[in-house]
Design a protein around this ligand. Structure first.
Ligand code: FAD
Length: 448
């Protein structure tokens, strides 16, 4: 491979990673959550990796790749679940974690480089009496760029919605051309860069709106009856008196997998995990009583984000703990209808028994607070998995399929035609994370 030797000559043996173990590590994300993706992607590996320390160096790497027509795959922390950061055509993995500058821009805005870890950012903001609006449960590792390009929402989404909901002020993107350009984009144009799997440009800098810091206290409320736990969560999620960052309701036996909580969990009981403003804690007792719930565990606000964090058991962390349990467990991304949730759950239970276990995280979508769901599924075969997905559709449970690495096939309304147009302009040789976008024909055929 002539280009690889030239690349090493230009950037140095210390900077260019060719060691197979490291390359393999930097070529993978959490794709193994899906047994389907695991089979498709397990052998994919980059020819080398590099972690630029400046925008200038990144520009030189991109320029080299374009001149030599080598594929490049951007990478944050590699915590994505759909194989988004896995290079399908070898080439260079660009690890962006060394681009990690944070600039406070007054009280309402922070400007960050793409490789900043969300945990570091949130900590910095809290030291300045500010906080992030939304972040994924992987925030301690995940980067701002990776979240923007690979994620959707998480903690805070009950109040602020998803990435698409005005939670990003602007992005600065590097094009993949011989002379890479920097484009700063805001407003509706950002839709071509959010959750795009890093296919339309390399994000180098992001401006995020920030909010005054709240003292969040964390609680686990226990319920004998999962239905009561859901009703409690629903009322709490919609309460205007109680400010919340997280409401996550989890059916037994999912909590049985949460080993760090072993001492506080109660055999057979479903749980609701909460982050609420400590000023509203007095309102929680009454609400818990109403649904026969018991506030059995509290982490006071002064310990927020220090040591044990309840968010570590919510969103897709529930799948991670299930995996650690050892069974062949995977997951789906589902949206139940709020007014039919019990009926839809009962339909699934009667058809598939305990093959599906439920947990819900409340989230604001188009102004409405709804339960999002990442049900844990016992994996038997690809056919069975798609039988479940198909059945969900027949009972009007919306599914975003997490078992595909092609953007758009998994759901989300991505306005794919516009994204493909932007791809052609910013990456005319299709070198940036190639293979992750559907073809124009597929966009047409599947109406993506
Ligand atoms: P990576 O996985 O490294 O990259 C994600 C995508 O972005 C890839 O396509 C990559 O090529 C691209 N990319 C990375 N950086 C750049 C850049 N600078 N420019 C262009 N493209 C780039 N997601 C949520 O949204 N909410 C959750 O609550 C959540 N919970 C999770 C829990 C667990 C246990 C796991 C394993 C995953 C979870 N995820 C969640 C998915 C994932 O952790 C997040 O989306 C996270 O923000 C991804 O960040 P990252 O830095 O790891 O990105």
């Amino acid at each position: 491979m002539v280009w690889l030797q030239e690349f090493i000559n230009e950037f140095g043996t210390d900077a260019v990673i060719v060691n197979e173990v490291l390359r393999e590590k930097l070529s993978k994300d959490y794709y193994w959550y899906s047994p389907v993706l695991y089979e498709q992607l397990k052998n994919k590996i980059a020819d080398c990796a590099i972690a630029p320390t400046s925008i200038d160096e990144l520009q030189r790497i991109v320029s080299f790749a374009v001149k030599n027509k080598v594929a490049i795959t951007p990478r944050g922390a590699g915590t994505g679940n759909y194989g988004q950061a896995i290079p399908l055509q070898g080439g260079i993995v660009i690890d962006l974690t060394k681009l990690d500058r944070i600039d406070m821009q007054g009280d309402r805005l922070v400007s960050v480089q793409a490789g900043v870890r969300l945990g570091v950012l949130e900590k910095t903001l809290r030291q300045n009496n500010r906080e992030l609006r939304i972040f994924p449960s992987t925030y301690m590792k995940a980067t701002v760029g990776g979240f923007l390009c690979g994620g959707s929402g998480g903690i805070g989404s009950i109040r602020w919605g998803n990435l698409w909901d005005d939670n990003v002020s602007s992005v600065t993107v590097m094009t993949v051309e011989e002379m890479p350009q920097l484009l700063t984009v805001s407003g509706d144009d950002m839709q071509r860069y959010i959750h795009n799997y890093g296919t339309t440009g390399l994000i180098v800098e992001v401006k995020l709106p920030i909010e005054p810091k709240v003292s969040w206290s964390q609680h686990i409320v226990f319920f004998h009856d999962f239905r009561e736990a859901i009703k409690f969560s629903d009322e709490l999620a919609h309460s205007e008196e109680i400010l919340k960052r997280l409401v996550s309701v989890c059916e037994w036996p999912i909590p049985a997998h949460f080993h760090p909580l072993k001492k506080v969990l109660r055999e057979g009981q479903s749980i609701v995990m909460l982050e609420i403003d400590e000023k509203s804690v007095h309102l929680l007792d009454c609400l818990a009583d109403k649904y026969d719930g018991d506030i059995g565990y509290t982490i006071p606000a002064e310990n927020y984000q220090k040591g044990l964090k309840l968010s570590d058991f919510t969103w897709n962390h529930a799948t991670l703990w299930a995996h650690k349990h050892g069974d062949n467990l995977t997951y789906l991304q589902a949206r139940f209808q709020t007014d039919r949730i019990f009926e839809q759950m009962a339909d699934l239970r009667s058809k598939f028994g305990d093959e599906i276990q439920f947990h819900f995280e409340y989230i604001k979508i188009q102004g409405e607070i709804v339960p999002a769901s990442l049900p844990v599924v016992k994996y038997q075969s690809k056919e069975r998995l798609y039988e479940i997905i198909q059945f969900c559709k027949t009972i009007e449970v919306e599914i975003n399929d997490p078992h595909t690495y092609i953007l758009g096939f998994g759901g989300y309304n991505m306005r794919m035609k516009e994204l493909l147009k932007r791809k052609e302009l910013n990456d005319p040789y299709n070198l940036l994370n190639p293979g992750k976008l559907p073809t124009a024909k597929e966009v047409q055929e599947f109406q993506l």
